[in-house]
Write a protein of this length. Structure first.
Length: 299
């Protein structure tokens, strides 16, 4: 069994069409078919059910596909590890964060990280599909809430995040310091839209308290929410660490109690993917940055 044969096999699995697979591999359809037949002959079982022009994986084909993915994953791991030996200070990676979290975690952090590791290239994207994209390999590291237990992922706890109410500094609630969570039902709120992770979390707490969120205004951007609060249009529920770190004089932070909405934030990456110098350096820098922010704000 040769790696080229497995490469051909996986291409056919992806396309489920010999002609399209051969075009993708830049080879002839006859050569592709011959390699698949040789592979089936060696294994002694058919890998595809051929139904006219349509094909489908057999049970044996499904087993081979799963193992082939492991094979090429290990090869990629070795290739990345060896390549990194050539330049221990280089590398690149893509980081996925929940919408809005970049304002808390990455604006100042990226400047600090670049100054420390000028040869490393980073790409930060905001997405609500972090776990799916980590699984697919389109992002290297995700900063998100913990996923369901899955052996594909390594989860590194980062911090526990509590939420608070942001109001304009001259709002009647600004001097109270704290309010009961159920008082949100009587406030004019500005919030992220329903598909945003923060909105879903707060909405869940609201349902447990016996009411539904009915924001006066919804917007997808954190800067818009903060601007609306500063102008006195409405109050907003946001992470306390974010609000404290911004230090805006025009915005007062009011604690929510009984209950206090909260969630865990962690780093997630593929367990079978080589964790290079760039990723390790970033995770170390992020962990120290969060700890320093918590100590500075007293949160």
């Amino acid at each position: 069994m040769e790696l080229r044969q497995l490469e051909y096999f996986m291409a056919v699995c992806e396309e489920l069409h010999f002609s399209r697979a051969s075009e993708k591999l830049c080879t002839t359809q006859s050569n592709l078919s011959q390699q698949i037949k040789l592979l089936e002959k060696e294994l002694g079982v058919p890998l595809f059910d051929r139904m006219g022009k349509r094909i489908a994986l057999t049970d044996a084909g499904k087993v081979l596909l799963d193992q082939s993915r492991h094979v090429f994953s290990h090869i990629a791991y070795a290739r990345d590890a060896i390549a990194e030996m050539k330049d221990m200070q280089g590398g690149s990676m893509t980081i996925g964060v929940l919408p809005g979290d970049a304002d808390l975690l990455f604006n100042a952090l990226l400047v600090q990280f670049h100054q420390t590791y000028p040869k490393l290239s980073l790409s930060v994207i905001e997405t609500t599909k972090i776990i799916e994209q980590v699984a697919a390999g389109s992002i290297d590291i995700g900063v998100t809430t913990p996923p369901s237990p899955d052996e594909r992922f390594t989860v590194v706890p980062l911090f526990h995040e509590e939420f608070a109410l942001a109001v304009r500094s001259d709002h009647p609630l600004a001097e109270k310091g704290k309010i009961a969570f159920e008082q949100l039902r009587d406030l004019k709120l500005v919030m992220f839209p329903p598909d945003h992770q923060v909105r879903q979390l707060i909405g869940h707490y609201c349902l447990q308290a016996g009411f539904r969120l009915q924001p006066h205004i919804e917007t997808t951007t954190l800067s818009s929410l903060l601007s609306l609060v500063e102008q006195g249009i409405g109050a907003c529920v946001l992470p306390r660490l974010l609000l404290e770190s911004l230090g805006k004089k025009e915005i007062a932070v009011v604690s929510l109690v009984n209950p206090t909405p909260s969630q865990d934030i962690c780093i997630v990456y593929r367990s079978d993917k080589y964790l290079g110098f760039a990723a390790k350096a970033f995770m170390d820098t992020l962990t120290r940055y969060i700890q320093a922010a918590k100590e500075h704000t007293g949160v």
